[in-house]
Design a binder for this molecule. Structure first.
Ligand code: UDP
Ligand code: MN
Length: 255
C-alpha cells in the first residue's frame, strides 16, 4: 500500500477480534478516507483472521510482547494486560506517514479523520489520572527509531502499570505539560468509567461523543455485560449500538 495515513488496531486473542471488526465497520460507516489496518499475533486463529481480512485493508502479523510484570498488573486488577506491550509494534508500520491507534474495544460514532491533523503523541486524558493520557486512542508517527527506543525503554524501566499505558506515558513524559494541541478533547476517547464516576457530565456532554471506549474487564462482547444490575440506561445504549454495528453485516450469529 502506498504511503499515506491509517487507523490501526490490535488483536492478540480471538475474543477481541469481535471488537476489532466493530472498529473497522464503525470507521467505514462514518466515511473515513484513510486506511484501516489491524495487527494480529500468531496465536489468533485462522478463522478470526479470516473475519478480519473481510473488513480491514491490511492484516499485519506481529510478535507478542508481554511485560511479564505480574506485580503491577495485579495492582491494576487486570492480569491479562501484560500482552498490551505488543501495541508498540504499531511504530513499525512505516508504510504510513501518520496513524491513529484505536483499541479494539472502541466504537467510532462520527467521522474522526480530523485527528490526522494532530502530531505525535496526541491523546486524551485518562479519567483515572488526568495527567496521564489514555492509550486507547492516540495519534503517532511510525518510525523504526522510535520503536527501538520504546523497546529499550521497556527493557530498562518496564511499565508502572504493567501495560502499554504506563510504558507510553513514561516515554512521552512531557505530554501533561508541554503542548496543549497534543491533548485531544475527551469526546475522542470517552471512557465507559465516566458513566459511573461523573454521570451528570456524561448526561450533559455524552451525546457529542466521537469515540466511545469500553474500558475495563467487561466488554460488550462478554456475556456478563448484559443486564448488569444498577447499570445506567445510557450504558445499555452504547452496548446496544456496539451490537448493532457488530451485527450490521453478519449473516451468522456471533461465536
Ligand atoms: N488486547 C487484545 N487481547 C487481550 C487484551 C488486550 O487484543 O487479551 C488488545 C486490544 O486491542 C485491546 C487493547 O489490547 O483493546 C488494550 O486492552 P483493553 O482494551 O482490554 O484495556 P482497557 O482499555 O480496558 O484498559
Ligand atoms: Mn481499551
Amino acid at each position: 500500500m502506498s504511503a499515506g495515513e491509517a487507523f490501526v488496531t490490535l488483536v492478540t486473542s480471538d475474543s477481541y477480534c469481535m471488537g476489532a471488526v466493530v472498529v473497522a465497520r464503525s470507521l467505514r460507516r462514518h466515511g473515513t478516507t484513510r486506511g484501516v489496518v489491524v495487527m494480529v499475533t500468531p496465536n489468533v486463529s485462522e478463522q478470526s483472521r479470516g473475519a478480519l481480512h473481510s473488513v480491514f485493508d491490511e492484516v499485519i502479523m506481529v510478535d507478542r510482547i508481554e511485560s511479564g510484570d505480574r506485580l503491577h498488573l495485579s495492582s491494576l486488577g487486570r492480569p491479562e494486560l501484560g500482552i498490551t506491550f505488543t501495541k508498540i509494534h504499531c511504530w513499525t508500520l512505516t508504510q504510513y506517514s501518520k496513524c491513529v491507534f484505536l483499541d479494539a474495544d472502541t466504537l467510532v460514532l462520527d467521522n474522526v479523520d480530523e485527528l490526522f491533523q494532530r502530531d505525535e503523541l496526541s491523546a486524551a486524558p485518562d479519567p483515572g489520572w488526568p495527567d496521564c493520557f489514555n492509550s486507547g486512542v492516540f495519534v503517532f508517527q511510525p518510525s523504526l527509531q522510535t520503536h527501538a527506543s520504546l523497546r529499550a525503554h521497556a527493557l530498562q524501566h518496564g511499565s508502572f502499570d504493567g501495560g502499554d499505558q504506563g510504558l507510553l506515558n513514561s516515554f512521552f513524559s512531557s505530554w501533561p505539560v508541554a503542548d496543549i494541541t497534543k491533548h485531544l478533547p475527551f469526546v475522542y476517547n470517552l471512557s465507559s468509567s465516566c458513566v459511573y464516576s461523573y454521570l451528570p457530565a456524561f448526561q450533559q456532554f455524552g451525546h457529542s461523543a466521537k469515540i466511545f471506549h469500553f474500558t475495563g474487564a467487561v466488554k460488550p462482547w462478554s456475556s456478563s455485560s448484559f443486564k448488569k444490575e444498577g447499570q445506567p440506561p445510557c450504558m445499555d445504549h452504547f452496548v446496544s449500538l456496539w451490537w448493532k454495528e457488530y451485527l450490521s453485516h453478519t449473516t451468522s450469529p456471533p461465536p
